[in-house]
Design a protein around this ligand. Sequence first.
Ligand SMILES: NC(=O)c1ccc[n+]([C@@H]2O[C@H](COP(=O)([O-])OP(=O)(O)OC[C@H]3O[C@@H](n4cnc5c(N)ncnc54)[C@H](O)[C@@H]3O)[C@@H](O)[C@H]2O)c1
Length: 247
Amino acid sequence: MRLKDRVAIITGASSGIGAACARLFAREGARVALVARREELLEALLHDIRSEGGEALAIKADVSRPEEVERAVRETVETFGALHILINNAGLSRDNLAVKMSAEEWEEVLRVNLWGTFLFCKAAFRPMRRQRYGKIVNTSSVAIRGNIGQANYAASKAGVVALTRTLALEYARAGIRVNCVAPGIIETAMTEGLPEEMKAEALKRIPLGRLGKPEEVAYLHLFLASPESDYITGQVFVIDGGLTIGI
Ligand SMILES: NC(=O)c1ccc[n+]([C@@H]2O[C@H](COP(=O)([O-])OP(=O)(O)OC[C@H]3O[C@@H](n4cnc5c(N)ncnc54)[C@H](O)[C@@H]3O)[C@@H](O)[C@H]2O)c1
């Protein structure tokens, strides 16, 4: 088991990549705190993990609210006695052309994707520093290269890269590694609603000829959360079936 005795927080755990990551980490021996807003989905996942013999805790919290983030970290440490791994996965998109984009669409995406990531990185620092060890994995996207209709999303995810690199410098002496994954197009609720023509067009541009699966991203998270990656910090790992080769 690659994460035996490790304690991990996974945000946005109620669906998609976060849920796949939670299942995988629990199977690899981690005690996982599942953070999300949708209680029923969290409870169902909690039940699944426990019925497979895993240890988990469900925490209802909005990643963009400082007091809820601090409570989530506190509850995790009180329950499991430590915090070694933070997977900042929660995120959303509100697509629109820039000229039509409302202040609300801009603000909500930046608040959840960038501010929420910052808040969790900040709250995790103290418990990780206490043990002089920590692994943080943030979530960017290949959309940072520019994507029509996603000015807010692309800006938020580019911000996550800058945040990752900066915190990697600030946290290194405390033994905390900070890295980032940048998925391409993964089959989750986020991409489910894309028009079929758009998906068909995207498929033509993916050398491996298919969309990614949440479990495949979870395996990258596993590597970045496990001791095998202890000499890596401040890096961005693209997982996109080759989509961005040559762009
Ligand atoms: N699916 C893709 O193609 C793709 C590509 C690049 C990046 N990503 C990123 O991967 C991450 C996971 O997305 P997914 O594809 O699994 O989609 P998803 O919609 O299934 O999962 C996103 C999760 O974040 C949660 N969330 C959203 N706002 C929240 C908030 N304020 N507080 C707490 N939880 C919140 C949602 O409830 C959901 O559980 C996101 O950060 C997304 O931007 C996804």
